[in-house]
Design a protein around this ligand. Sequence first.
Ligand code: ADP
Ligand code: MG
Length: 728
Amino acid sequence: MSNFRFKALEVTLTRKRKSFELPNKKVSEYFGEMTFNRDAMREFLTKEAYERLMGAINKGDTIERKITDQIAAGIKAWAMNKGATHYTHWFHPLTGTTAEKHDAFIVPIKGGRAIENFQGNELIQQEPDASSFPSGGIRNTFEARGYTAWDPTSYAFIMENTLCIPTVFISYTGEALDYKTPLLKSLSALDKSATAVYQYFDKNVKKVYATLGWEQEYFLVDAALFKARPDLALTGRTVFGHASAKDQQLSDHYFGTIHERVIDFMQDLEHESHRLGIPVKTRHNEVAPNQFECAPVYEEANISVDHNQLIMHLMEKVARRHDFQVLLHEKPYKGVNGSGKHNNWSIATDTGVNILAPGKTPISNFRFLTFIVNVLKGVDKYADVLRAHIATSGNDHRLGAHEAPPAIISVFVGTKISNTLDEIEKQLKKGKLNSTNFDLNINIPKIPEILLDNTDRNRTSPFAFTGNKFEFRAVGSSANCASPMTALNTIIAEQLKIFKIDVDALLNKNVKKDEAIFQVIKRYIKESKKIRFEGDNYSEEWLNEAKKRGLKNITNTPEALKMLLSDKAVKLFEGCDVLTKRELAARYDIQLENYTKKIQIEARVIGDIAKNHIIPTAIKYQNTLIKNVKGLKDVLDSKTFVKLSRNQLQSIKEISQHVEEIKDKVALMIEERKKANRIEDHSEKAIAYNKSVFPYLEDIRKHVDYLELMVDDELWPLPKYRELLFNK
Ligand code: ADP
Ligand code: MG
């Protein structure tokens, strides 16, 4: 058999488990050994350099040149000790992946020899020739200058003998060209407003930071089968493929026993992750066959984002070692669940308090409710900003399908909190609460015990409170979490800023502090009520209800992204000093272009595979049928022939019909593409791709998937869903 699919299947079926051994050590013995962590700093830095670096990490102090030279020397010594020969500035350009350009430590010296060298200036700043990274027009390519600058808050690490230094990436005119810069700025904005509000309750708190624990979903597919699917290889998803007779109906994969080849992969991944200080903790099978999840213990948001970027890279690398390909696309297979990346988010103080965990005392409950209500208010006001920050062509397949949160942003808080909020609002309506009868002990009901009850969960909400954190579930699996986290931090920073203004206005009128806070949160509860939804977000009723409430249901990326250009977004991001109007516009352009290109590539792939693989196969099979029918005619009497060839003839006709439809539709799709390509305006071009090109993808697929059911299995060129989803 020359069919590529069968060759791939043969490889898969005869695959042996790779011999692979974990080190015979406890994880705690090697955790973080490839990072320049506190222990390594203490060992390799002078006391002065260590203290100055701590000042930079904890308080954002600047470090003078003499000290950066000392730090660079320490990092170099540590890295060379671990076998590193090169170094690189590691950053998150707006392509969505991570970037690195390796330089060797060696510099030649007299006498034909060389020494290893690494100076402070090489640590703190570099100028990668980065003209090909997207900049949304901020940098013209002829002045392709941008620079990377060291982020000392994220530990340097070693990967493949290269010292990687986490950095931000900025244009020479100071605009952010990456995901990390605005994230860091949003964290600092959040710190400022949240600390100020927290001080109403506790003056000892000097710093508030965001925490993030992501849950990364992914698919594994055997490497040989992957290579036999050009669509998977080029677009990350299958553009064709009829549903398998069995896929996830029985839910027998979810939390099931993990296959040994998969467990090998997971253990190897965990080992690599742990060496790099990524605290991965959880692993399990997901709902769809061959779908899995891994999750770490949460960390400070900037570190956690770096770790997620790093683990996505590790996954690809380690998967290859185990003859798997990892699929991070949001929807690799039609008809089975797609993949998301839940962003579990909370805020914590430098005194070790998780602000979104309900407290044990009335005062901590009051504080807790204050922050929860501000989150509700912020998300209500800026739901469309959040929506814009999860918009990608891949995630369009997921949001609103009956498996993932819908594109309508709403917040679930659970019965207990919901009742508490309603209760407070009712008291407001009846005018029962005023400064004379106001008493925290009575009016703020106790919440803790019930909240920790895990049964009060809603798995259909895009943004759900889960007892001591919010879970932003609508983020796509391939996304850089920096983007949704930047949006969320900024929204909450802005909201808390306004809250403080509102409360202070009352304080200036001599209203008592507790009562002032209470009055403002009462008002916010009422004003943000429409964002709260406790029911089934996948239901038809919710669509109607949301419409009545005036909540937006933005189902496609070009439309969702428009928000970035709005005055509202500019005011928000500029007001918190996170992104400027120009930077937002650049981001808008980049995302849109990315959207257009992705659909363009998918459309090309569909056209190519349909014409070069599917149609020839269908015709080949049709010829067999024709030959057979002709043969029957020769050997049967005409009456019997008419009776017995009916279905065969019907199949011959149907194949021709599908082939014709495919050819026509591919031609029409190409026409629409040409039209769209002629549009200059990025926004209109993306809309044209969405409205005029994209619908053809599904349309063509339908015919191809029918043919898959008709054509002789032995001729079919592409690995089928049952093969992709069940082979390990
Ligand atoms: P699930 O949502 O699947 O029930 P868990 O409750 O175990 O899972 O938590 C999922 C993720 O939430 C983990 O990555 C965990 O570290 C993270 N998480 C827990 N507490 C916090 C917090 N305070 N801030 C941010 N993330 C958190
Ligand atoms: Mg979860």
